[in-house]
Design a protein around this ligand. Structure first.
Ligand code: CA
Ligand code: CA
Ligand code: CA
Length: 170
């Protein structure tokens, strides 16, 4: 992943812009996503999302001081981190959005997930169409996670900008 892409994601995760991703800032993400996706806090899928994000944070925070600096993030981000911890966290958010639990997101579920993660709703349809390669109106879990992996390991994927951009392509 390019430094620009890392900076872009780091900036998104540093919600209050103080230059570090704090533990509470990061762990607020699954809580907010769950709430926006209509999941109650006792939902087992919310517990899964919570613990998956705990693991990501512990993995990112190399010195264990409860705050992730850009240096820590930049050294951490990539294929290994994705396979070890990120996949579970991103998959847990996918599952929160998969309201009918069929292992795929339809356009409405996908749009809600993106909104819950703070992505602009405007290009959700385009991002969905890129991922729905066979045009059946559904995006499977593996296709979704695979496209994000392609982004973090290769620096680009068809939906990279749509997925991560808040202010347009980096
Ligand atoms: Ca912060
Ligand atoms: Ca740290
Ligand atoms: Ca579904």
């Amino acid at each position: 992943m390019s430094t620009t892409a890392k900076r872009h994601i780091f900036t998104m995760l540093d919600a209050d812009g103080d230059g570090v991703i704090s533990r509470s800032e990061y762990l607020a993400r699954p809580e907010r996503a769950a709430a926006e996706l209509g999941r109650v806090s006792e939902d087992p899928l919310v517990s899964v999302a919570r613990s998956a994000h705990e693991q990501v944070f512990a993995s990112m925070d190399a010195d264990g001081d409860g705050a992730v600096t850009f240096e820590e993030y930049a050294a951490w981000a990539g294929a290994e981190a994705f396979d070890e911890v990120c996949r579970q966290a991103l998959g847990s958010l996918f599952d929160l959005a998969d309201a009918d639990a069929d292992g795929a997101l339809d356009k409405a579920e996908f749009t809600r997930l993106r909104a819950a993660l703070g992505n602009p709703a405007g290009n959700a349809g385009t991002a969905f169409d890129v991922l729905d390669t066979d045009g059946d109106g559904r995006v499977g879990r593996d296709a979704y996670l695979g496209s994000i992996r392609a982004y973090v390991t290769g620096g680009s994927s068809p939906m990279a900008d749509a997925l991560h951009a808040r202010r347009g392509p980096a």
